[in-house]
Design a protein around this ligand. Structure first.
Ligand code: SF4
Length: 245
């Protein structure tokens, strides 16, 4: 965890509020974080939101944009050129599903949250922090792992729902990196998501989600699928399979 605590953004924050732009980009970024790096998903979220006229009215505009136009944007970008988030830096991996997801989400945000994405999480009480997860799960395209991730980021980075006092309630998101590393270091016995989540849960960690993100960083930067960088890995002294992964 020492390595993790040294990373930028790994600290628990006090209550912070997002403006419209940040909240909209966060929501779209969560939806786009499927099969691509988180940083790219955030970039794509910001890019998508910035291309609409008024971000305080974003969801009305998305809801009223014809599905065919959203499909075209998803496929080739706004200008069919360099700014495409399907091609290059903003690559949208769910090019066929994203238009339906974002349009349905826009309608839900308008109907249930008065067109303000911040209302998805604002007002969440500490004792109801689990409701955050439930609210994200209502949106199409946001499954178990993404809802856990959104919940964790909001609680850790923005102090939503009681912030740090609820860190023990944040559940893990055992993505492919986490499953690979925990298996290699001998903490888990298999690679399937649900058993891995159960095995990590059984460790009785003080903050399971912090552990999850620490392992995720190891997986992305050192414990690669092929050719793991054991010589540079910060947990090499405690790893059972160093050099033989
Ligand atoms: S020491 Fe090697 S095998 Fe172990 S976690 Fe680090 S990179 Fe992976």
């Amino acid at each position: 965890m020492k390595h993790y605590e040294s990373l930028e953004g790994a600290r628990w924050q006090k209550r912070r509020r997002m403006n419209h732009h940040e909240a909209n980009a966060f929501f779209v970024g969560v939806m786009l974080d499927q099969g691509q790096d988180l940083e790219r998903a955030w970039d794509a979220g910001r890019h998508f939101c910035s291309r609409f006229d008024s971000e305080s009215n974003l969801w009305n505009q998305v809801a009223s944009t014809p599905l065919g136009s959203l499909r075209r944007i998803s496929r080739v970008g706004f200008d069919e050129g360099e700014d495409s988030y399907w091609q290059g830096a903003y690559a949208c991996r769910n090019v066929n599903k994203f238009p339906n997801w974002i349009k349905a989400s826009a309608k839900l945000i308008l109907e249930k949250y008065d067109g303000d994405a911040r209302r998805i999480w604002n007002g969440t009480r500490a004792k109801d922090v689990g409701e955050l997860y439930d609210r994200f799960r209502e949106f199409p395209g946001i499954g178990d792992a993404l809802a856990k991730m959104a919940q964790f980021i909001l609680v850790r980075d923005y102090g939503v729902g009681g912030g740090e006092k609820n860190k023990s309630k944040m559940r893990v998101k055992p993505d492919v990196h986490v499953r690979r590393v925990t298996y290699r270091i001998g903490l888990t016995t298999q690679m399937r998501p649900e058993p891995v989540a159960d095995e990590i849960e059984a460790l009785g960690l003080d903050s399971p989600a912090d552990f999850d993100w620490a392992i995720l960083d190891i997986g992305r930067n050192f414990c690669k699928k092929t050719l793991p960088l054991c010589a540079e890995c910060p947990i090499v002294p405690t790893c059972q399979k160093q050099g033989v992964a």
